[in-house]
Structures are given as structure tokens and as C-alpha cells.
Design a binder for this molecule. Structure first.
Ligand SMILES: [Zn+2]
Length: 301
């Protein structure tokens, strides 16, 4: 072959390898068992919880693609041997909701009223046609208890943080809480100020969750962990809020805020990658704290 032919073949091989890699990443789901009846599934997107109950299988969050939703559905039914009776969305972001259309129309889908509002505002195209049936079809504002035969779920909107509509799920019998994106374990969080999120409120929001009876914690991103790690995360968010508030009170510029050495509760934190870096870095969270405290952002209606 001539040089240009070799070059063409090499480029095609590289492109093929790249897309194969992405496809394998999307396909791969790793299951971890927490208790007899509770599992977490890790993959490309937010962490999914699967609960086996007398009245069917409960899923919390559905990752980023309908295809992943299908894989989650298969995997969950293989784990429990029961159909999916209930899907819960912790908040509106695509990496927690876009698997929803894979579930059967008529499935009960629960979220907060604010989450439904944000989905209608930002994602109406994705949830059109048949997929519209997999939008949240049962909503609440502050809290809701769901009995599923032998299991009890407490769904609580503990306050603003990541958005203004996040819910956490307490699996009462398993003494485990799914935090959604109110908790990125060992990662800097996305802070969706435009979606009503708040650095200033986040610490108090976690404090409310800490009042619940649990010892195991499923974060929205990162591996499962325990109560003391959530306490540490609260200290991080509170410190971040203080830095923002001081900057606003003392007229400290964004540039100087980004250079601060006052943020110390982020030891071992790393930016989150979902194949590519998402931009949730130390600078990003400091910038968001500054923007909120100085009013330099626009809330989405
Ligand atoms: Zn999120």
C-alpha cells in the first residue's frame, strides 16, 4: 500500500477503536450489593440504586441514555426477578433521567414538582412522544413516604443545594440513603445556580439529611460510603459558602477568590470525568460560590 493508504487505514482503525471504547464504556455497568435487597449500579452517569421489594423492583435514577436505561432494566430484573414498579428521579439532570424512556409506559415515576418543572423547561424535546409517559407522573414538594410491601421509602426534598428540586431517598429497612447529586463523593460538585442550586444553603440541606437514620450513603457520583464522609462533605460546602460570602462582603474579586488558600476541606477531591472532564474543578466551585454571593448569575424562570 502507498503511504496515503496506510494513513487512511490507520486513521480508520483509531476512529473505530475510539468508538468501540466509548460503546464499551456506555455498556458497562458494575453492580455492588449493599444489603440483601439493595444494590447500586455504577456506569456512565449518576449512580443507580435498585431495591427488591414484595411489590416489585424500585429504581433510583436512570443514567444518561435510553440504551443505558434498557441495560439497567435488564440488570435490575435479573437481580430481583421482578418487574420495575417504581422509578424515582433525584433531580432533572440528563445523567440521572435520560434512561427513563426505556421503562414501560405506565410505570410510576416519582420526583419533586421542581424537578418536573425543570424537565419541562429544559428537556421537552427529549421527553416527547412515547417518552413523555416516562416523565415524572407523580410529584410532591417536601416529602413523601412510599410503602412497597415489606419496604418503606422516605423521599425528602431537604432544601436547595445542587438544584432547587433534589430529593434524597431513605431506604428505611436498609438504613441507607441515596443522596443524588447533593453529594459527589471525593469529587467537586456541579452547582446548578441557574436551576435554583445554592452553595449558601447546601450545608443546611445536608444537615437535615444527617438527621435521618442511616449509616450507608450512596452518592450521586463516586463510590458508596458512610455517614462520616457526608459530615465531611457538609464541612466542605459550608467552607465554600463562607468564602463566597466573605468575598461579597469585602469586595474581593473573582480572580482573588480563585486564588484563595482558605478552601482546605477538599483534600483528595478530584474533578469528575465522564469520558471527558466535565469542568467541575476547584476553580469552578469557587467561581460558583462567588457568583452566588455577588448575584452574578441568572436564575432560570
Ligand atoms: Zn446533577
Amino acid at each position: 500500500m502507498r503511504t496515503w493508504q496506510w494513513l487512511t487505514v490507520s486513521i480508520l482503525v483509531i476512529i473505530f477503536a475510539f468508538f468501540s471504547y466509548i460503546f464499551l464504556q456506555i455498556r458497562s455497568l458494575e453492580v455492588n450489593q449493599i444489603t440483601n435487597d439493595l444494590y447500586v449500579i455504577y456506569g456512565l452517569g449518576g449512580n443507580v440504586a435498585v431495591l427488591d421489594t414484595d411489590e416489585g423492583t424500585v429504581i433510583v435514577d436512570s443514567m444518561t441514555l435510553t440504551y443505558q436505561g434498557e441495560r439497567i432494566k435488564e440488570k435490575a430484573m435479573a437481580l430481583t426477578g421482578k418487574p420495575i414498579s417504581l422509578v424515582i428521579n433525584t433531580h432533572y439532570h440528563a445523567d440521572h433521567t435520560h434512561g427513563n424512556p426505556a421503562f414501560d409506559p405506565g410505570t410510576r415515576v416519582v420526583a419533586t414538582k421542581r424537578t418536573l418543572h425543570h424537565l419541562q423547561q429544559t428537556d421537552a424535546d427529549y421527553f416527547s412522544g412515547e417518552a413523555a409517559k416516562l416523565m415524572p407522573n407523580e410529584t410532591f414538594t417536601d416529602d413523601k413516604e412510599i410503602s412497597m410491601g415489606n419496604k418503606t421509602l422516605r423521599l425528602i426534598h431537604p432544601g436547595r443545594g445542587h438544584t432547587d428540586g433534589d430529593l434524597v431517598v431513605l431506604f428505611v429497612e436498609e438504613k441507607t440513603v441515596h443522596m443524588g447529586d447533593l453529594f459527589f463523593f471525593l469529587h467537586y460538585p456541579n452547582i446548578d445556580l441557574e436551576g435554583g442550586g445554592s452553595v449558601a444553603n447546601w450545608g443546611d440541606t445536608i444537615e437535615r439529611v444527617l438527621g435521618l437514620p442511616f449509616h450507608t450513603v450512596i452518592p450521586g457520583h463516586g463510590i458508596i460510603t458512610d455517614r462520616p464522609k457526608l459530615v465531611q462533605y457538609k464541612a466542605f460546602m459550608s467552607q465554600l459558602a463562607e468564602i463566597g460570602e466573605r468575598a461579597a462582603a469585602e469586595n474581593i474579586s473573582l480572580e482573588d477568590t480563585l486564588r484563595t488558600t482558605d478552601l482546605t476541606e477538599d483534600r483528595n477531591y478530584e474533578p469528575l470525568n465522564i469520558i471527558v472532564p466535565l469542568g467541575y474543578t476547584r476553580e469552578f466551585v469557587l467561581q460558583r460560590a462567588w457568583e452566588e454571593a455577588t448575584g452574578s448569575f441568572e436564575l432560570r424562570p
